[in-house]
Design a protein around this ligand. Structure first.
Ligand code: MG
Length: 326
């Protein structure tokens, strides 16, 4: 894999020097895909991500299999994981029962989801917006008793497929309550990818103005309308240094069939490394993971970097393949 392109490094003053890239492919990515992968393939995906330098990997979800069949193997997957020193295997838990399953399986860090909109809470969390926050607060209290850190997600923070625009005040309220309950980080989540840099700036500023420290803020961005990296840059400029992404862009948008969903980890890392920002991640290993998973699933990946690397590798194999393009 040597000889592949690399971003030219040109730092910009005032941006974070190190960014935590929180990998969501095995959980959020697979949840939005229709095929159910064998446990061994999921375990191999996690192993490759840790090998590529990922340290924060959301590996599965302890939801009832009747809700999401994709994660019926959560216990088996976790039992077989080898997490490297300094690495973390995070599991999403929907409620106290999910938390207890996760703890029994050996998980030592969990995440919870609440909704900025009423419709998403009803459709996906089987409760009201308020009910979801109260359920998350319960989980945070119980997890804290077990010394287990909790990461929070506020879904539909930038817009909702049923309600349209979401009031930033409801987002701030949810972030503040999760943070006050004890979440270490709260990921403001653009579940349908409708955020633009202006809206991202507004949202992050409102959250910081509400007293949330910047190191407790993460962004979970989607690339549905091609705005993912622009939104990352807007947030970097305000000091945010934790971003979610999914290797190969795994995880389509469940509310816009065929559209791109999660921001691809390789694309995020290309930009961060180009800015001279450390991530600890190996771009080539990430792109190789995407190529491997595409082969295994028989499905292409919406990742610009992985696509460009594959083209560069085949151009090296067949030097005249471009036919003298200019
Ligand atoms: Mg997502």
């Amino acid at each position: 894999m040597s000889g592949l392109p690399r971003p030219r490094v040109e730092p910009v003053d005032g941006l974070p020097t190190h960014v935590r890239v929180y990998e969501v492919a095995p959980r959020d990515g697979l949840q939005a895909e229709t095929d159910i992968l064998p446990t061994a393939v999921k375990a191999e995906l996690c192993r490759r991500l840790y090998d590529a330098g990922s340290r924060d990997v959301e590996v599965t979800s302890f939801v009832p299999a009747t809700w999401i069949p994709q994660f019926a193997d959560a216990e088996r997957l976790v039992a077989g994981l080898e997490v490297p020193p300094g690495g973390r295997a995070v599991a999403l838990v929907p409620n106290l029962r999910g938390l207890h399953r996760a703890l029994d399986a050996g998980i030592r860090e969990v995440s919870v989801v609440v909704s900025a909109s009423e419709s998403f809470a009803r459709a996906n969390l089987n409760t009201s917006r308020e009910g979801a926050i109260e359920r998350a607060e319960e989980v945070v209290v119980a997890a804290s008793d077990a010394d287990v850190p909790v990461r929070g997600y506020v879904s539909m923070a930038f817009g909702d497929p049923w309600e349209g625009a979401v009031d930033p005040a409801t987002v701030v309220d949810a972030v503040v309550r999760l943070h006050r309950a004890g979440c270490t980080t709260v990921a403001i989540s653009d579940t349908i990818g409708v955020g633009t840099p202006g809206l991202t700036t507004r949202m992050v500023r409102d959250v910081l103005d509400a007293g949330i420290p910047v190191d407790a803020v993460a962004l979970h961005l989607h690339d549905t309308y091609g705005q993912g990296l622009a939104n990352v840059y807007a947030a970097l400029s305000l000091g945010v240094a934790e971003f979610d992404s999914s290797v190969g862009g795994l995880g389509r948008c469940p509310y816009a069939k065929g559209a791109t969903g999660n921001l691809a980890t390789e694309d995020l890392v290309w930009m961060l490394h180009g800015l001279g920002i450390e991530t600890g991640l190996d771009l080539e290993a990430l792109a190789a993971t995407t190529a491997w998973l595409s082969r295994v699933r028989g499905v292409g990946a919406p990742s610009n970097v992985a696509t460009a690397f594959a083209a560069a590798a085949s151009a090296v194999d067949t030097p005249n393949a471009t036919g003298g393009s200019r």
